[in-house]
Structures are given as C-alpha cells and as structure tokens.
Design a protein around this ligand. Sequence first.
Ligand SMILES: [Mn+2]
Length: 331
Amino acid sequence: MMEERVPQRKIVTHNDFDGVVSAALVSRAEGVDRFLFAGPRTIAESRLTITAEDIVCDLPYPLECGLWFDHHEGNLEELKYRGIEPGSLPGRFALLDSCARVVYEYYRERVDFPEFYEQAVAEADLLDSFRFSSVEEWRRPTPGKIVDAAIKAQEGAPPQREAFLRWLVRKVRDFPLEEVAASPEIASAYEEYHQQEEEMLEIIRRQAAFAPEDPDREIIVLDFTSYPRQPRVIKKLAFLIYPEAKAVVEIRNLFRGGLKTTDLSVSMSLGISLAGREHRKNVGEIMRRLNIGDGHAGAGAGTVYCASKAEMLREKDRILGAIVSLWRSQG
Ligand SMILES: [Mn+2]
C-alpha cells in the first residue's frame, strides 16, 4: 500500500533579523517547528511550494497560505492590484516598524509570551526601520545587532545558511536575545561578519561616486554594472565613509543561474543624517514614480528590464538622472 504523505505545516519567513524574530514568535504561538527562509523575490516568482496550512512572515502574500503577517507597504499595494482585500486574509497586516511587532501585537492577547520577547521585537523595530539617530547609535553593538551581523555573515554560504537560520529561530524562541548573542556560534559568525565588512568597505571606497547633477553630494551612487560577478556589499556601509550624505543608491545587474543579465536592480535607502530631521524625502515614492518598484519612505527597490547591453547602459543613466531630479523635487 502506498503511504500517503501529509505535508507538515511550516513557517515561511524572510531570511533577515526581522524574519527570524517573527518566525520565533509564531513558532511559540502556533507550536510549528518547521521553517523555510526566503527573500521577497522568491515569493513573488512563486518558486516555493506554500500550502494553505503554512504561515508566511515578512514576505509578499503568496498564491495562498494559512496565516500571513507583514508590514511592507509595497506588498499591500500588490494585494490591491490582485483584487485581494487584506482584511479578508487570516493573519495580520499593519504598517509597523517590523513584522515581528505585527506578530507580537497579534498574539500577545491570547498567548502567554515570555517577557524577553519585548526586547527582541524592539530590536527588530530599530533594525528593520533603520531609525538610528546617529552613526554612533547605529554602530553601537546590542544583542540584536550582533545577531543581525551573524545572519549577514551567512549570506555567502546558502547551504549552511538554512541550517543556521533554523537553529537561530529556535534559540530566539527559547532564550533571551542577550543569551543568544553570547553563544559561541553567534560570536564566531559575528567575527566573520567584521572581516566581510572590511572587504565591503574596501569595494565601497572604490566604487562610491556622486552624480554630476548632485553637486551637494547628497546621494551616494554605487554602480556595480561593470562587475563581471556579483559583489557582496551592504550599501548602507557607505554612510560610514560619507556620513553627511542623505541617501545611497545601488545599481547592479541581475544574475540568473549565476549568469549576468542585462536587467538592472536598483535599490535606495535614506541616510542617518536625515534621522530625527523634518524632511519630505520618500524613496518608495521615487521607485513608484519611476514605475520600477516600490518601498517605503526610508528604503525602496526596483527592477529595470533591458533587452541589450546598450539599452541597459542607457537606462542606467536615465534612471540615475531621474532619481536625482525626483529627489530634488521632494524638497
Ligand atoms: Mn521586515
């Protein structure tokens, strides 16, 4: 007799700090101990099997799922285009600083969460919204930042990464963040991250430039289109080199199956120098106006599809020019 395989319920979550904390809380509340990690593009392209039983955190709404938790404005827009009323979906969407906060608010009335979740969620809020008041505050190590760096250290190693993230979700679920951050596994990954960061800073120093239309040097441009391979860089590190800059734009080619394509990925973030200041800059709005993607005020991203290298180079100049002029029009 054939044995019928019943798919087990799983949590599908974003492969970042916010995704890890969200999954830890959901795991505790729902008693689910299977985890899958993904980036937003994986969900948008439906490259994962997600069933009507599964719980999805900090990612776009898939074709179907059992519970959905999210806080990204762009994902809400996407639902509206698909004619789905977000209020009709099980789970919760709210425009809060982190998905972990959305999950925490959803369950805390009915589930007896340990007190130490409060700190993990507060750190997720800060890290995900990048609302640091100064470069010093951003760089000061906290348990959350140490764990976040340890996650980033795994980015180059996909096979070990899944296992590491699964281990981490269970730790964050069961222990206070200070204890997790002090574990030898995190300490060594944190060490490793610092070496990687030095290399990234080196690349940024070489590549950072400002557009001629931007004489006040407000927007750092990191153009990696001349790179034959994908450089691994965290663009916000550019604010360590140019702390006075107000934003950073990264433009790079998309790679598929290890091959460089003529399609461009554009991403942008506001700088720390704008924190706590009155301003009308909105990165998500710039991406939407360019009709290439979306995001929120502080960060956004988009994709530009090009049929040839010549078109790609033209589009790159056009997009960068348009970003500067839209930026200036935002006052
Ligand atoms: Mn998030």
